[in-house]
Design a protein around this ligand. Structure first.
Ligand SMILES: [Cu+2]
Length: 186
């Protein structure tokens, strides 16, 4: 009887994940329908509410790519996210070189709402220069700038392939210098 109960619980848990994925797929379809007009898809109600995971207030997480004195490192090196929450991941590069934020495993475990290129207005404040919608795999940020990745993690896991693959003149990569990290989705 315990075994049956356990299987039942597992079934419910996987249904929960499938349900979340279906919810996200529904959200993307609704957005697409707004742009494409028609196509037999009934748009979701315009009022964001329960079930629209893409419209919740984002949790802001900031990562420094490299350091101002040229050390190749992610700060922090370990990132933690919760499945189902919307995140605004700010990738800031105050170092003298460009850097990548690359994790193929992580990119496959999230739903991307958008990415934003940030610039600075005359008053020195950050402003959005451009937004990109659609699936995304990695982001490169150039010295002195920042970019934002807005996403909802949809799959739990521990992803150890966070790295910057940029090569130095001697052929070594920033990852080999220590620009590696780990991302956990719970
Ligand atoms: Cu780098």
């Amino acid at each position: 009887m315990d075994q049956g109960h356990e299987i039942g619980r597992r079934g419910a848990a996987s249904l929960g994940l499938a349900g979340a994925a279906a919810l996200l797929a529904g959200t993307a379809t609704a957005q697409g329908a707004g742009q494409g007009a028609g196509q037999g898809v009934v748009p979701a109600p315009a009022t964001p509410g329960r079930g629209d995971l893409s419209q919740q207030p984002p949790v802001v997480v900031e990562v420094e790519l490299g350091s101002a004195d040229g050390v190749h490192v992610f700060t922090p090196q370990r990132l933690r996210f919760e499945a189902g929450k919307l995140y605004r991941l700010v990738l800031r590069n105050r170092s003298p070189q460009p850097h990548y934020f690359t994790s193929d495993a992580f990119a496959a475990a999230i739903w991307t709402r958008k990415a934003q290129v940030m610039g600075q207005g005359a008053d020195g404040r950050d402003l959005v220069v451009a937004e990109f919608k659609g699936a995304l795999r990695e982001i490169e940020v150039h010295p002195g700038f920042s970019a934002e990745w807005w996403f909802v993690p949809v799959q739990a896991g521990r992803f150890t392939d966070l790295r910057c693959g940029i090569k130095e003149a001697d052929g070594s990569t920033h990852a080999e210098h220590g620009m590696r990290g780990e991302i956990v989705v719970e």
